[in-house]
Every structure is written in C-alpha cells, then in structure tokens.
Write a protein that binds this ligand. Structure first.
Ligand SMILES: Nc1ncnc2c1ncn2[C@@H]1O[C@H](COP(=O)(O)OP(=O)(O)OP(=O)(O)O)[C@@H](O)[C@H]1O
Ligand SMILES: [Mg+2]
Length: 256
C-alpha cells in the first residue's frame, strides 16, 4: 500500500511521521520504499546523503524518466530511500499540470510494484512538501491513503479544513474519494489546548482521525539530528511507542 504524508501546513510532523513509520515497518520485517518528495530535502538530509547530482534524485525520475528502483538507495533501519534535490522546485514550472504529469508518480510506482516477485505491492511512504503543486498532487494521485498530520494547535484545525476543501476539489478529477486519516502530532496532555484540538478534530472527522496520537516527545525531536529514527535513538521512549502504535493501527486498517 502507498501512504502519502501530506498537509499544506508546514512543520506539522510530515517528515517525522514518514521517517518513524518507515522505521516501525522495518522493525516488523518490512522493507518500505520511502520517497522524499520535498525540495527542502529534510528526509534526505536525515539520511545524510542529499545527492549532488540532481539526476540521482527524484528530479531524475521527472526530468530523465529514470526508474524509481534505480534511484533508490538503501537506508539501514528505514528501508530504501529515493532522495530529493532542491531542483525539484522546478517541477511545477517545467511540467505544468496536465493529466500525464499528475499520474506520473503513480505510473512510476506501478512499475516498481510490477518488478516485485509475485507482484506483491510493498509498503511505500511519500513525504510531501507543505504546498499543493505538481509534486503533492502526484502524491495524492499515487497513494492509497493520505495521512494528514495535524499538530496540536488551533491553527492546525484551520489547516485540516483547508485540506478537506482541497481534497473535495480534487475528487471529481480523481473520480474517487481520497481515503484519508488525520493524525494528531505533538500532543501534550498537560496543555488544555491539546485536549480541545483533539475533541474538535474527532467531532469534525470522526473515524477518519487515527486513534493513535503522537505525543510531544524529546526523543522524536532529537533523533533526526543524530541521523536516526526514534526507535534506534531511544526504543523505550514515548515517541517510539506512539509510532509503533500507529503502525499497528494502520496495519489493522489494511493500509500496511
Ligand atoms: N512528536 C514530536 N515531538 C517533538 N517534536 C516533534 C514531534 N514531531 C515533530 N517534531 C518537530 O517539529 C518540527 C517539524 O517537524 P517535521 O519536520 O516533521 O514537520 P514537516 O511537516 O515535515 O515540516 P515541513 O512542512 O517543513 O516539511 C521538527 O523540528 C521536528 O523534530
Ligand atoms: Mg517535512
């Protein structure tokens, strides 16, 4: 299954979630393919290897039709990464928004899945940029489910409404409802605001809000600076427990 981690709001925990969910999958025996579809290259930076040559990144996939399998690099504890490059910022201007480009990533991922023996689709995670352009649209068109991190503050509730409006505009083009789950991140039980935001999100979106809540956690915040996921940084931390719980919830929902 393909999970795109997307919210048009910045800094809500998209990259953190892609990183730690990938690590949770590896700990359960999987080898996810992780795409860094953000020209900010945050995930590739945590890997410690943003390619110098843009052709070795997702830019090479869009610009020169290089295969995603060919571009993927191993990442111990995370699976395989198709890295980003700053040049990805040019994709909007270069390719516009025709139907062929919107489906480009889906077609590329279909080719990856087709090459797996027995055609068994592997878990794919897509870390998106915080704006709706060709790249994020590619992720929405390619994914089976959109995971929408909502950091626990009031502005994030507006961002959730914005995401819902965006998806309702896209659905007639896609000719299907976009399956989605909202994920509360940076939850701090000591703050009344966290409880308020959670209640309002659950009353607006019901079952589409993950039961799992990701707590504000030092190990989660620290681990990227050590080029690590939260499990290898501190396996007993609250953050590791939360991301393991998210894995099991998504597994039960058959998104993994
Ligand atoms: N559960 C958490 N506990 C503590 N810090 C967190 C948690 N989740 C995310 N952070 C921190 O919040 C900041 C933003 O997180 P992250 O980079 O994952 O957001 P993002 O949505 O990917 O941002 P962008 O929109 O810029 O891509 C980072 O410094 C990250 O370490
Ligand atoms: Mg990010």
């Amino acid at each position: 299954m393909r999970i795109a981690v997307f919210n048009q709001k910045g800094g809500v925990g998209k990259t953190t979630t892609a990183l730690n969910l990938a690590a949770a999958i590896v700990r359960e025996g999987g080898t996810p393919l992780v795409l860094d579809l953000d020209p900010q290259c945050h995930l590739s930076g945590i890997h410690g290897n943003v390619p110098k040559d843009s052709g070795h990144s997702l830019f090479g996939f869009y610009q020169s039709s290089r295969g995603l399998d060919e571009l993927a690099v191993p990442w111990e504890g995370i699976g395989r990464l198709v890295p980003s490059h700053q040049q990805l910022i040019k994709i909007d201007a270069t390719f516009g928004k025709g139907p062929a480009i919107l489906n480009r990533l889906r077609v590329g991922l279909d080719a990856v899945d087709a090459a797996v023996p027995g055609n068994a689709a592997q878990a794919t995670l897509i870390d998106c940029c915080p704006y709706l352009g060709v790249l994020a649209l590619n992720a929405v068109f390619a994914c089976d489910v959109l995971l929408i991190p909502i950091s626990t503050d009031y502005l994030s509730l507006q961002a959730a409404e914005q995401m819902t409006r965006t998806l309702s505009i896209l659905e007639p083009v896609l000719k299907r409802r976009v399956e989605r789950r909202y994920l509360l991140t940076r939850y701090d039980s000591r703050r009344r605001m966290s409880g308020d935001v959670q209640n309002r999100l659950r009353s607006s979106y019901g079952d589409e809000v993950c039961e799992t809540v990701i707590s504000e956690n030092v190990a989660v915040a620290e681990s990227p600076s050590r080029n690590r996921d939260v499990f290898s940084h501190n396996p007993t931390s609250r953050g590791a427990q939360d991301y393991a719980a998210l894995y099991h919830e998504l597994k039960q929902l058959r998104f993994l």
